[in-house]
Design a protein around this ligand. Structure first.
Ligand code: NAD
Length: 258
């Protein structure tokens, strides 16, 4: 199916690795012009220019850095049709009483402040383009309360709130806004999260990993490409009437504790 994304101007935050990189590759394959940002300069340097993905260093949790990024959006893309707010950090995996001020603020800062800063700067450009799409990466942790992940789970509930408010505010400008809620994605991040959880709980990574497979009806991990494909479809002209939704890409979550 032709998704009609050819020549669309797309900004993906935290796109130098993980899910963001899979989204970037998917959009390039559809003929879009893609700019990614990332906080990790080394990950940016590893991007092969031959892939067609443009990249800049920016920290979405810092509004000045986001202002700089949008100057680059104007300079390199000349406007914007799609914003994918993908940046998110997993935060600590510990009981709430041992979460520090800094851990709380840093997790909310990347996951929620970052989505707000980028949407605030993107909206005038999307309006100027006559419409467009905003995709916010929430999580299954934004649909179900995740114990031991209070900053992350709270931020991801907030991302869904932001999505619904923006959808209501921007629909009349032909801008649709949706949240994607991935389950456990086969990615380097989940290896880090499981290692943190295993250490905090005094159990093995293998025990956690086995339990996770039984957390969804499909009994397997989600791939980065499965997340990217749903996002590409939601940015296509065929999906313009879909807005204000939180779409789980999770194999149908049936448990969240492990
Ligand atoms: P990740 O942890 O692998 O990080 C991807 C990239 O984000 C890295 O290149 C990192 O340098 C960059 N980054 C971190 N902080 C940044 C900042 N302040 N500004 C700019 N870039 C920054 O993440 P991922 O697993 O690819 O997840 C992507 C999104 O999907 C996140 O919002 C995450 O919460 C969400 N999600 C992931 C999973 C999963 O299983 N991986 C599950 C549910 C939701």
């Amino acid at each position: 199916m032709d998704l009609g994304l050819s020549e669309k101007r797309v900004l993906i935050t935290a796109g130098a690795s993980g899910i963001g990189w899979a989204i970037a590759r998917q959009f390039v394959a559809e003929g879009a012009q893609v700019l990614v940002c990332d906080i990790d300069a080394e990950a940016i340097a590893r991007i092969d220019p031959g892939t067609g993905v443009m990249a800049i260093r920016a920290d979405v949790s810092n509004s000045e850095s986001v202002d700089y990024m949008f100057q680059e959006v104007q300079r390199r893309l000349g406007g914007l049709d799609v914003l994918v707010n993908n940046a998110g950090t997993s935060g600590p995996a510990r009981p709430v009483e041992s979460v520090s001020d800094d851990e709380w603020r840093a997790t909310i800062g990347v996951n929620l402040d970052g989505a707000f800063y980028c949407a605030r700067s993107a909206v005038p450009l999307l309006k100027e383009a006559g419409g467009g799409t905003v995709i916010n990466l929430s999580s299954v942790a934004g649909l179900f309360p995740f114990a031991w992940r209070s900053p992350y789970s709270t931020a991801k509930y907030g991302v869904i709130g932001l999505t619904e408010v923006l959808a209501r505010e921007l629909g009349k400008h032909n801008i649709n806004v949706n949240a994607i809620c991935p389950g456990n994605v086969d990615s380097p991040r989940m290896e880090r999260v499981f290692a943190m959880n295993a250490q905090s709980r005094g159990i093995s990574v293998e025990e956690i990993s086995a339990a996770v497979r039984n957390q969804n009806s499909m009994q397997r991990w989600v791939s980065v490409d499965e997340v990217a494909s749903v996002i590409a479809y939601l940015c296509s002209p065929q999906a313009r009437i879909i807005s204000g939704q939180s779409i789980a890409v999770d194999g149908h979550t049936i448990a969240t504790e492990y």
